[in-house]
Write a protein that binds this ligand. Structure first.
Ligand SMILES: Cc1cc2nc3c(=O)[nH]c(=O)nc-3n(C[C@H](O)[C@H](O)[C@H](O)COP(=O)(O)OP(=O)(O)OC[C@H]3O[C@@H](n4cnc5c(N)ncnc54)[C@H](O)[C@@H]3O)c2cc1C
Length: 331
């Protein structure tokens, strides 16, 4: 985990002036999952084709392998591509369907040449990003800095742009070499070290391309408080630079639901239904707000006219040293 006070390293640099932003915490997904699954009986490879709710107080999950689990509350936390349409919106599946955003993104995880990593580190110890008049957004962040030698560190590189047509999507599909070649060619006009970093992604590196999706959270039938959703399944959203809204809202869901469960006075189906109702009432509003704001921000940041009029480019930001923040002062 890295915790760094962040300076937005936006291009053109002349706009960087006076905005002090919040501390950033980057979390590596794999070790984080290892940590939070401690003490939990995890079973892998289970597929859930159907859900049955029998009686007043239980829900049964029947898996494809024929096994079944009975419980009082099922929480769907299977990410953006949740089968919520089948289960919670089965009477009106379109209500639960993912919507597409005009923005597409390509991504790769890679090691970089030490000269490039040194140049990136000078701008920021953790991550840098650029926007430019062509509407291209680049984002380069340390993905794994656990190896002792920085030359072994990996970086996540993301490029995104608005493309309402499916032109690039159809052209690139899942063809990793084509996606990488497209990444290399798109950054020809960028300044150093961004161009070098992206063009430095070695041939043969796996790259992905896809369209960003979202779902404006809306109330569902929780089957008497026995089935609910959390995390991206409940509020799949596009990105909003540096806010950590996806993970933040997933953690907020877990905290909210746990708080209400702990406060239960009686362990009855009615009390559980009340807990789920309270959780959902707060989460539906919070989730929808995050999805909406993120969508607006995602589309705007790829539109140079809108980006230019944003506070961050009009006012700029300061470097850590200029605002008196050092590694020591971060505690
Ligand atoms: C490239 C990228 C970068 C991101 N960067 C950030 C960031 O910097 N900050 C931030 O806050 N958020 C970020 N996000 C969003 C963040 O990853 C998600 O908001 C967060 O992971 C949501 O957690 P979740 O547990 O709800 O879903 P997920 O992390 O998607 O986990 C869902 C799990 O369910 C499993 N699953 C799926 N279907 C089924 C099924 N049918 N049965 C059983 N299991 C199933 C999946 O395999 C997965 O393990 C990023 C997302 C992407 C794609």
């Amino acid at each position: 985990m890295r915790r760094d006070v962040h300076q937005h390293s936006l291009q053109p640099l002349k706009y960087q002036r006076h905005i002090l932003s919040r501390p950033i915490i980057r979390v590596r997904r794999r070790p984080w999952l290892e940590l939070i699954k401690t003490g939990i009986d995890m079973r892998y490879g289970k597929r859930l084709p159907t859900l049955s709710v029998v009686g007043d107080d239980s829900v049964t999950a029947v898996f494809e392998d024929g096994t079944a689990e009975v419980g009082t509350l099922m929480i769907g936390a299977e990410g953006a591509h949740s089968p919520r349409c089948q289960f919670l919106f089965h009477t009106a599946p379109r209500e639960g369907a993912l919507l597409t955003c005009p923005t597409v993104t390509s991504c790769a995880i890679t090691k970089l040449d030490s000269k490039i990593t040194a140049a990136l580190a000078k701008l920021h110890p953790c991550l840098v990003s650029t926007v430019d008049p062509s509407g291209l957004l680049t984002w380069i962040g340390i993905h794994d800095s656990s190896p002792v030698s920085p030359t072994e560190w990996t970086y996540m590189i993301l490029l995104s742009w608005n493309d309402p047509s499916d032109l690039t999507l159809n052209k690139l599909g899942e063809n990793s070499p084509a996606i990488l070649a497209d990444l290399h060619s798109r950054v020809e006009h960028l300044a150093s070290p961004f161009k070098e970093a992206i063009q430095g992604i070695p041939e043969g590196t796996k790259a992905w391309h896809g369209r960003l999706c979202y779902w404006p959270t809306k109330p569902w039938d929780n089957l008497g408080g026995r089935v609910t959703l959390a995390g991206d399944a409940a509020h799949p959203m596009t990105f909003r630079l540096y806010r950590g809204q996806g993970l933040g809202n997933a953690i907020a869901d877990a905290a909210e639901l746990q708080k209400h469960l702990q406060d239960m006075k009686a362990h009855t189906p009615a009390a559980l239904a009340e807990v789920v109702r309270k959780y959902e009432e707060e989460m539906w509003v919070r989730g929808l707000e995050a999805v909406k704001v993120n969508l607006e921000n995602t589309v705007a940041i790829h539109d140079w006219k809108k980006t230019r009029s944003s506070a961050i480019l009009r006012s700029g930001v300061k470097r850590d040293a200029e605002i008196g923040v050092t590694r020591e002062s971060q505690g």
